[in-house]
Write a new protein. Structure first.
Length: 247
């Protein structure tokens, strides 16, 4: 078990949805938060204020992590503010769903850039700092869609599956250090992405889930907390939090 007090975490896409839940959960357990956002400025500032009012430490850093120079600036901000980096949570993600026949090149590239290339962009500048930690953690928020596929989601599925392959390979490379590398694969979670799905389709999806409900962001955050705190001998793994939809 790792003492999380005063550890430092970057959470990409940490202002809304699953990212916000992770930010709040880690902050509540003593972790200093570097909350990254791209366009959700109001949500980021509101969440930082909430964390601080609850006795935690947090800053918000705007950066488009699909661009390597901005991802590097994000890591620099964490080091400049807190002097260390222990946990990197790669959560930033977008969807641009379409059948492949209608999928534009822009929709393909934007999803790959934000969901997959961002992982390289953050890990590359962060690695030397994380390996200096006594309890370095890299946690990539993948998806059930990266495991099972999804109709109209070739771009998203490819990106999320790529995160899993990246996780396994980097875990092997870093196994001799204190750093663990794991993926968390959420199922269908109550976020803005789910709320955009038509109600009749939502009900069809829910009917296929053995637990007959969508998950909550807090349930994903608890999985991340577990890997940060207790995952000392867990590396290269996929933690599936999906209500039994994919086993």
């Amino acid at each position: 078990m790792i003492n999380l007090q005063d550890k430092v975490a970057i959470i990409t896409g940490g202002a809304v949805g699953i990212g916000a839940a992770i930010s709040k959960e880690l902050a509540a357990n003593g972790v200093k938060i570097v909350l990254n956002y791209n366009s959700s400025n109001d949500a980021a500032e509101k969440l930082v204020k909430e964390i601080q009012e609850n006795g935690g430490h947090a800053i918000a850093v705007q950066a488009n992590v699909s661009k390597s120079e901005e991802a590097s600036t994000l890591v620099e901000a964490a080091i400049d503010t807190y002097g260390q980096l222990d946990f990197l949570i790669n959560n930033a993600g977008i969807t641009r769903d379409s059948s492949f026949k209608k999928l534009s090149e822009e929709s393909w590239r934007s999803v790959i850039d934000v969901n997959l290339n961002s992982v390289y962009n953050t890990v590359a500048p962060a690695l030397k700092h994380i390996t200096a930690s006594e309890a370095g953690r890299i946690i990539n928020i993948s998806s059930i869609i990266g495991q099972s596929g999804g109709f109209g989601q070739t771009n998203y599925s490819a990106a999320k599956a790529g995160m899993i392959g990246f996780t396994k390979s980097l875990a092997l490379e870093l196994a001799k250090t204190n750093v663990t590398v794991n993926a968390v694969c959420p199922g269908f979670i109550e976020t803005s992405m789910i709320s955009e799905i038509p109600e009749n389709i939502r009900e069809q999806i829910k009917a296929k889930i053995p637990q007959k409900r969508f998950g909550q962001g807090e349930e994903i955050a608890k999985g991340v907390l577990f890997l940060c705190k207790d995952g000392t001998y867990i590396t290269g793994q996929q933690l599936n939090i999906n209500g039994g939809l994919y086993m």
